[in-house]
Write a protein that binds this ligand. Structure first.
Ligand code: ADP
Ligand code: ASP
Ligand code: MG
Length: 814
């Protein structure tokens, strides 16, 4: 004997029902009970029509018409015309009875739990009738048996309690005597001893099937649904979730209790007692193995077997000094909830006995709060207990596994994983069985929490980084190209899965929750919506992805001003834009503090020396206890390029123009030529060395004439360079006469910084600096005489992009 149960999606339409028939037909030659749900969505429609009718909303008729339409369409598509009329007339007559019930409710403007059960039963009654007729018409040896005559319950309408003794007897007698091979039974429906229709709770068809399996000592209970088994997390929310091939009854029970809807929680108990295996199978992929649920076979290799979650949770907390040491408070609290018929999903009690906190379903919150406050009226009035505190819009996430009890550190890992992603934990509980650890979090954080936990516990340490990139000019575009090239390597070798979720330039922006294709991002961006920094931030925050990183490839002050809003939401910031770190010290400090507070790295390696590891090295020196005494550096790739190419045979104007055209200068070349860019860089190095310094504190004796400095367009600036060519030539010839080269040098010593053009003699470390290279000398306590030197290409889109990339990887390894 075998029991097969097909859920709502499996019987949602004629095509699916044909699949069900093939599965049943292919089953081995023993007796089979086929339990079916209502056609997908029909239960909700029935409840909705009753809700409308009882609130005297005429629209209930529309819903009823839709229900009729659904069934008629299925019949017309399943049966040949000559067989349709008998089936249609039976279905229409049932629907007429249903209409009479709804009309009654409409007229008196009222409903009762009893009426609700009667109405909602029609879903399964109709589906089972149509499916059994279809089986017969297709030549299967089949019959229909009304579930209400098999399963007997009390009158707790909506969630009735089964009279197992009577039910088992009725079921076993029926199946022992039935002649047909296949019996189709409507799931979910039952009846009371008084003959009233009752139901087994939402999702209860699974339970019907389990009861039949236990009553008949079936060999197996097969639950056919729309996923290929029980997954490590809800596959609809966690794309990386994997099907679990084997799981214990207890684990399955915990997972389903904490929200794994694929199995209705009460389903396990009846089959567990008789050790009947449950197999979860996919109607739409019947060849896949599915999940076997059996007795614990003690497979010690796996600790956490699954992660599940329950949405719409309210926390009720009872607190007060009057609770300490007084026996019976918890008892009264729980009794109050139980008298109201409210089920408690989770309990925590502080060890100080100062508070008790329970998680209940949102829908019960109001009723529970009123009842508890009434019960503790006296203590509340005398201020010994506070009125019950109600917190809504929460959810529970739970880790489940039989072997969790023998492993330490799982809860630590769970909470630190959530903490790193700024998922605030409101309450924690660990079941005494130690088979589950659950945490109450904000509902809006569920998807992020499930995905980061899944990554931490199931994904061989593959970490997903979600990037939001602003600015795709020279540097930004190269950066995206580099990611595209390295994606596979990063995933395989470094276990980092990098996805670009959002891109914006100054005109448009685009988001793709599955990741923007790095081959066609240009078109996607061109077809995007109008760019807006605020909307961009809102979107990033709303998506609330784990390991989110905002990447600023612009040189914009306005963009730099938005960093706090990212860091405040635990979103890391990587930037090549120097403005944030070189404006007021207070705002630099604020960004560093926010990064620390929210565990969201704020990295800007490319602010100095493009891709050269200057800031990172400095950080390591300081962290390991070294102290920076002096810094000497050539930090402007553009100025180095200019003075390396400028000589008696060229003009200063032409060389600067060439530097601009080849992308070595900022778009506005005065930023480089005036020395401001170098000031910003030495300021950042001084600050990173632990000194408090402002840009105004830096001495800058400009080599540019006043007039060139004060121009207000690139055009007039270049004109002025022509005008002062003689002065520039003089700078060159003076240095050349001493066999010196001109270098623009930044210096920091004794807390003071300066920048300016210097004549560098032969033999000096700076003398042979080529092209647009940079060089930094760190004189520290550990390197007092022979400085630590970092030297290499210090400008250019490719090296800057690779510096940004390196920061991203640092965050990946964080
Ligand atoms: P049926 O109508 O067949 O009874 P349900 O909708 O009740 O189907 O249950 C199947 C659904 O359960 C899946 O589509 C999936 O969204 C959800 N689900 C939640 N958690 C899990 C999990 N851990 N593994 C598999 N499915 C899950
Ligand atoms: N049709 C019922 C429901 O939607 C029972 C079930 O499908 O399991 O809850
Ligand atoms: Mg279900």
């Amino acid at each position: 004997m075998k029991i097969l149960k097909f859920g709502g999606t499996s019987v949602a339409n004629d095509e699916n029902i044909k699949k069900v028939k093939s599965i049943v037909q292919d089953a081995p030659d023993s007796k089979i009970g086929v339990v079916v749900s209502a056609f997908g969505g029909v239960t909700d429609m029935l409840l909705n029509s009753l809700d409308r009718a009882s609130s005297q909303n005429k629209n209930y008729e529309n819903t009823l018409n839709e229900i009729e339409e659904r069934h008629i369409t299925v019949i017309k598509n399943l049966f040949p015309i000559n067989k349709q009329s008998a089936i249609l007339s039976r279905v229409k007559s049932e629907l007429n009875d249903l209409e009479t019930l709804l009309e009654g409710s409409f007229l008196i403007g009222e409903t009762t739990p009893r009426l609700s059960d009667k109405v909602v039963s029609y879903g399964e009654l109709l589906s089972s009738f149509i499916i059994s007729e279809f089986f017969i018409s297709e030549g299967l040896d089949a019959t229909l048996k009304d579930g209400r005559t098999l399963i007997k319950t009390d009158e707790s309408f909506g969630n009735a309690n089964v009279d197992f003794e009577l039910t088992y007897h009725t079921c076993s007698t029926y199946f022992a005597n039935v002649k047909e091979k296949v019996t189709v039974v409507p799931g979910f429906v039952s009846s009371s001893h008084n003959g009233n229709a009752t139901t087994l709770g939402r999702g209860g068809s699974d339970y019907t099937a389990a009861i039949l399996a236990a009553a008949t000592n079936a060999d197996v209970l097969e639950i056919w649904t729309d996923v290929s088994g029980m997954y490590t997390a809800n596959p609809k929310l966690v794309k990386q979730a994997k099907c679990v091939s084997h799981i214990s009854y207890e684990e399955a029970m915990e997972l389903s209790h904490f929200g794994a809807k694929v199995l209705y929680p009460p389903t396990i108990q009846p089959v567990l007692t008789k050790e009947i295996p449950i197999v979860i199978k996919n109607t739409f992929a019947p060849d896949e193995e599915g999940t076997y649920i059996t007795k614990n076979e003690n497979d010690n290799t796996k600790t956490v077997r699954g992660i599940s979650h329950v949405e719409s949770i309210t926390l009720l907390s009872l607190e007060g000094s009057g609770m300490v040491g007084i026996p019976g408070i918890s008892k009264r609290f729980f009794e109050t909830l139980s008298q109201e018929g409210i089920s408690v999903v989770m309990i925590t009690q502080a060890s100080s006995e100062h508070s008790i906190c329970v998680g209940i379903s949102d829908k019960d919150a109001k009723q529970a709060a009123i009842a508890v406050n009434n019960n503790f009226e006296y203590e509340i009035a005398s201020k010994r207990i506070d009125p019950v505190h109600v917190e809504q819009n929460l959810a529970i996430v739970a880790l489940v596994g039989d072997n969790m009890k023998s492993h330490q550190g799982l809860s630590g890992k769970m909470f630190s994983t959530l903490g790193k992603n700024n998922v605030n934990i409101r309450a924690i509980a660990q079941g005494a069985s130690e088979r589950n650890i659950s945490a109450v979090i904000r509902k809006d954080d569920v998807k992020k929490a499930l995905n980061t936990l899944h990554e931490a516990f199931f994904e061989e340490n593959i970490k997903q980084l979600n990037l939001f990139v602003m600015g795709v000019g020279n540097v930004g575009a190269r950066f995206l190209t580099q990611i595209k090239k390295q994606k596979a390597y990063l995933k395989n070798e470094l276990k980092l899965n990098i996805r670009v979720i959002g891109i914006s330039n100054s005109r448009t922006m685009v988001f793709n929750e599955d990741g923007i294709s790095l081959s066609s991002w240009e078109q996607e961006l061109a077809n995007g919506v109008k760019a807006n920094k605020d909307t961009f931030i809102d979107r990033v925050n709303k998506l609330n992805y784990r390991n989110s990183i905002f990447v600023d490839n612009t040189a914009s002050t306005d963009v730099a001003k938005t960093y706090t809003r990212y860091l405040n939401n635990s979103i890391s910031v990587v930037t090549c834009n120097k403005i944030a770190c070189s404006s007021g010290y207070e705002s630099y400090k604020e960004l560093k503090q926010l990064a620390k507070k929210y565990s969201a790295p704020f990295l800007f390696e490319t602010n100095v020396g493009a891709g050269l590891p200057i800031i990172d090295t400095l950080k390591h020196l300081i962290a390991s206890g070294d102290k920076i005494n002096k810094i000497q550096a050539v930090l402007s790739g553009s100025l180095n390029f200019v003075f390396n190419n400028f000589n008696a045979n060229t003009t200063f104007h032409d060389v600067v123009k060439q530097a601009q055209e080849e992308g070595y200068t900022e778009p506005d070349p005065t930023i480089d030529l005036s020395g401001i860019d170098v000031m910003r860089k030495i300021l950042i190095l001084a600050r990173e060395s632990g000194y408090v310094l402002e840009i105004e504190d830096i001495k800058n004796k400009s080599f540019l004439p006043e007039e060139s400095l004060n121009t207000n367009s690139n055009e007039t600036f270049f004109e002025s360079l022509k005008k002062y060519e003689k002065d520039f030539q003089l700078l060159y010839s003076k240095a050349a006469a001493k066999e010196c080269k001109l270098k623009y040098v930044a210096q920091f010593e004794n807390g003071k910084a300066s920048v300016g053009l210097q004549e560098i003699p032969k033999g000096h470390d700076f003398y042979n600096l080529e092209g647009s290279d940079n060089i930094v000398l760190f004189f520290t306590e550990r390197y007092p005489n022979q400085p630590m030197i970092i030297k290499g290409a210090g400008a250019g889109a490719d090296v800057t992009a690779s510096g940004i990339f390196a920061d991203i990887i640092r965050i990946g390894n964080f």
